[in-house]
Write a new protein. Structure first.
Length: 481
């Protein structure tokens, strides 16, 4: 059906989309997880480095108890601070509790300029609010970095210095690792996608095969045909249930079809019996009247006895012949003799059959002088005779009959058209034209075209017609090898 997508295709693309979606989900999750882990690692590293620097500073300040860490001794201690930066591979700065810069590991010469001072809010939060650490995100020509401000406490837990610790995150190695991981992940999923395409193709075929089998069986289901039950070997509960439902429906359908056929047969026999009774009754009436007339006939006083007797017998014989014809016609329709098929010249048979209609302007036209086709000669003559006779009778008395018989041979197909210039067939009668007992004539039993159709069907052919009111009708017969 146009615009509809099969279940097999949906399963196939669903599996592929599932793989692609899972890949995207893992990539996104990996990306965010990477940054979360990276932030956690750098935070822990910052604390570790800061703790190491604090411990080193405290060791320097407290190793010589004779020298106290007071402003007059700052120069002595500041010289001791220089190796810390090299040992721990970090930069740091020291401030007094009022924010005065005391030491910078990354500045050789500095004075107390404004840009080296700590913000008042930071000093306030550290000293007055006793905040253990303050982190700020900053940026300079080297890139983004974190600024950590914390207090150095003495043995008495009183603060005596502010430690400034700039921490630059080195993302190059982690970024490289992430890129390598994503590339490898993409490679793995590419292989998985290729494998999934093949797997999805066979899996979708495997899943839909029972459904396809079920569909083909349903398409072949017919009311008047022998329908086979579906036997599907599958572990799928839904499909097995569907097959059982179909088989149950077939059983009910066969019962209904049997009842319908029985009813149709009974109705057909009733109609046939009525038709036969009617056709036989027609000649019986004149026969009865003739016999009654003959009963009143006085033989001794009648001079024309012999002549009247002959007329009486002639009437009886004619009516008996009519009854015999009725019986034979119904017999032919009921038991169509088995055709004797052999190769025949259709053109020659058609010319022979048309001889009796010569006076009716019947013209034959053929694309070949000789067309050999497997048919039954007797039945074919009967088909032609019936169709041509109907065509002649369809022409009104005030019109000259023009009956054209065209014979065409096209590759493995034979076609014959019989066209008249009669009154045509009215639309309401066209659907019933091939039904037994249907006739548009004032006389006749309506079995002619039904017999013609039976003969054509026995040859695996088809018969159709086109008709226009008051212009004529064309019957077309097609036979295929």
């Amino acid at each position: 059906m146009k615009g509809k997508v099969s279940l097999r295709v949906r399963i196939f693309f669903s599996m592929i989309l599932l793989i692609i979606f899972s890949l995207l989900l893992i990539v996104v999750a990996t990306y965010f997880q990477y940054f979360a882990q990276n932030d956690d690692y750098n935070n822990r590293r910052l604390i570790r480095k800061e703790t190491q620097v604090k411990s080193h500073l405290k060791n320097i300040i407290t190793k010589d108890t004779t020298i106290k860490f007071v402003p007059k001794n700052y120069d002595y201690f500041l010289k001791e601070f220089n190796p810390i930066s090299t040992i721990h591979k970090v930069e740091f700065a020291l401030y007094s509790l009022d924010g005065k810069p005391l030491y910078y590991s990354y500045v050789d010469d500095f004075d107390e300029t404004e840009h080296l001072k700590i913000k008042d809010t930071i000093i306030k939060n550290l000293t007055k609010n006793q905040t253990s650490r303050i982190l700020e995100q900053n940026i300079n020509e080297k890139g983004e970095f974190q600024s950590s401000y914390s207090l150095l406490l003495g043995d008495d837990l009183k603060p005596y210095l502010i430690l400034y610790f700039p921490y630059f995150e080195d993302l190059s190695f982690s970024q490289t690792e992430l890129n390598i991981f994503l590339v490898r992940l993409l490679q793995v999923y590419s292989l998985m996608l290729i494998a999934t395409i093949f797997f999805a193709f066979f899996l979708s075929s495997f899943i839909t095969r029972p459904i396809e089998k079920l569909r083909s069986k349903i398409l072949k289901t017919g009311l008047l045909e022998k329908n086979n039950r579906i036997k599907i070997k599958t572990k799928t509960k839904e499909i097995e249930s569907l097959a059982r439902s179909y088989n149950k429906m077939l059983s009910e359908l066969e019962k209904s079809a049997e009842k319908l056929a029985k009813g149709q047969r009974e109705q057909a026999w009733q109609e046939m019996a009525k038709q036969v009774a009617h056709e036989i009754k027609n000649p019986l009436t004149p026969m009865r009247l003739t016999i009654q007339s003959f009963q009143q006939f006085n033989v001794p006083n009648e001079k024309n006895y012999q002549k009247k007797l002959e007329s009486f017998l002639k009437t009886l014989i004619e009516q008996i012949d009519t009854m015999s014809m009725v019986a034979n016609t119904f017999s032919d329709f009921a038991t169509m003799p088995k055709p004797k098929i052999k190769d025949q010249d259709i053109v020659e048979i058609t010319n022979s059959a048309v001889q009796i209609f010569k006076s009716s302007n019947v013209k034959i036209k053929s694309t070949k002088k000789k067309i050999i086709w497997p048919i039954d000669r007797t039945q074919w003559i009967r088909v032609l005779t019936n169709l041509i006779q109907n065509a002649i009778q369809a022409v009104p008395e005030n019109r000259t009959p023009k009956i054209n018989v065209d014979i065409l041979l096209e590759k493995n197909k034979f076609k014959m058209n019989i066209e008249d210039n009669g009154t045509g067939i009215v639309k309401k009668d066209q659907l019933k034209i091939f039904e037994p007992k249907f006739t548009t004539k004032s006389a006749g039993m309506g079995l002619g075209l039904a017999i013609v159709k039976n003969i054509i069907d026995s040859l695996n052919g088809s018969i159709s017609f086109k008709s226009e009111p008051n212009k004529g009708t064309k019957f077309s017969i097609i036979l295929k090898k």
